[in-house]
Design a protein around this ligand. Structure first.
Ligand SMILES: NC(=O)c1ccc[n+]([C@@H]2O[C@H](COP(=O)([O-])OP(=O)(O)OC[C@H]3O[C@@H](n4cnc5c(N)ncnc54)[C@H](OP(=O)(O)O)[C@@H]3O)[C@@H](O)[C@H]2O)c1
Length: 250
């Protein structure tokens, strides 16, 4: 596992210390800031730091990644930062987007269009945006969810609202309260993922393995509509079981 320290507490730059996991170098074709980095050394930013964003960011921080949590109220994230440990801090969404090599989008689905308008340009330069968000009728309204589904479902719609971003859907239907336990099972739990960009998929896969889950690619972003609560892929499944379940879906 890699550990980090700030090289300059004001600029908050990180350097990697010690031997990291033998993750492949994913530099070809990536923006300058992301070049010559391994997945294990990448900076992670969360947009949204509630139950799921907080739990996922904590796993990445504890796995050695520099993590920046963000929300519209970063001043409310002090307890989360303290519990996530020395690799974590909190900031505004704009600061997190600037900081992260990889962005975790973990907000109510209704917020994504606006986030795309404000930060879409910067998000399109990242090698990977992991879309953890789901359209949920109870929270977002029946009409909103119908409209998302009519446009192709979560995934297709996320990519539409974040033009040019390398979107991979993942972690959409594993409850926040189960993430820590699942990660300890070291690859026994599969995480269904869907995406269209091969390098983003590869990077997401390495990051997911790095926190103890096994990624299972179920298809392109059009399959993102199945990566929501209430479908056969939701909940906790062994990787082989997920592959079998995914093979029955179109
Ligand atoms: N909870 C789970 O177990 C779980 C599992 C898988 C996937 N998900 C999905 O993950 C997403 C988040 O769920 P959650 O349960 O973590 O919700 P939550 O606890 O309510 O947290 C939502 C977070 O999003 C932030 N947020 C809301 N609007 C925002 C905006 N416009 N810009 C930036 N940040 C914004 C909120 O902070 P501020 O209000 O301070 O901005 C908060 O940090 C949902 O789409 C959900 O379906 C949840």
């Amino acid at each position: 596992m890699q550990r980090y320290r700030f090289t300059n507490p004001h600029r908050r730059e990180f350097i990697a210390l010690g031997a990291g996991t033998a993750a492949a170098v994913l530099s070809a074709g990536l923006p300058l800031g992301a070049r010559a980095q391994t997945a294990a050394s990448m900076k992670i930013a969360t947009i949204g730091a509630g139950r799921e964003g907080g739990a996922l960011g904590t796993l990445f921080a504890k796995a050695g990644h520099p993590v920046m949590f963000s929300s519209r109220h970063p001043e409310q994230l002090k307890d989360l930062v303290a519990s996530a440990g020395p690799n974590a801090r909190a900031a505004t969404v704009a600061e997190a987007v600037a900081f992260g090599d990889v962005i975790l989008l973990v907000v109510p689905f209704t917020a994504i269009e606006e986030i795309g308008k404000e930060h879409g340009k910067a998000l399109a330069t990242k090698p990977l945006v992991i879309d953890v968000s789901n359209p949920i009728p109870r929270r977002d309204g029946e009409d909103f969810v119908k409209s998302v589904n009519d446009q192709g479902g979560a995934g297709i719609v996320t990519a539409k609202w974040l033009p040019g971003a390398r979107v991979v859907r993942a972690f959409n239907a594993i409850g926040s309260g189960r993430l820590e336990e699942g990660s300890k099972k070291k690859g026994e739990i599969g995480v269904p993922i869907a995406g269209d960009d091969p390098k983003a998929i590869e990077l997401a896969s390495q990051l997911i393995r790095g926190i103890g889950f096994e990624p299972v690619l179920v298809g392109g972003l059009a399959m993102g509509k199945y990566l929501v609560p209430g479908t056969p892929l939701a909940g906790e499944h062994a990787p082989a079981e997920l592959k079998q379940l995914a093979s029955t879906l179109k």
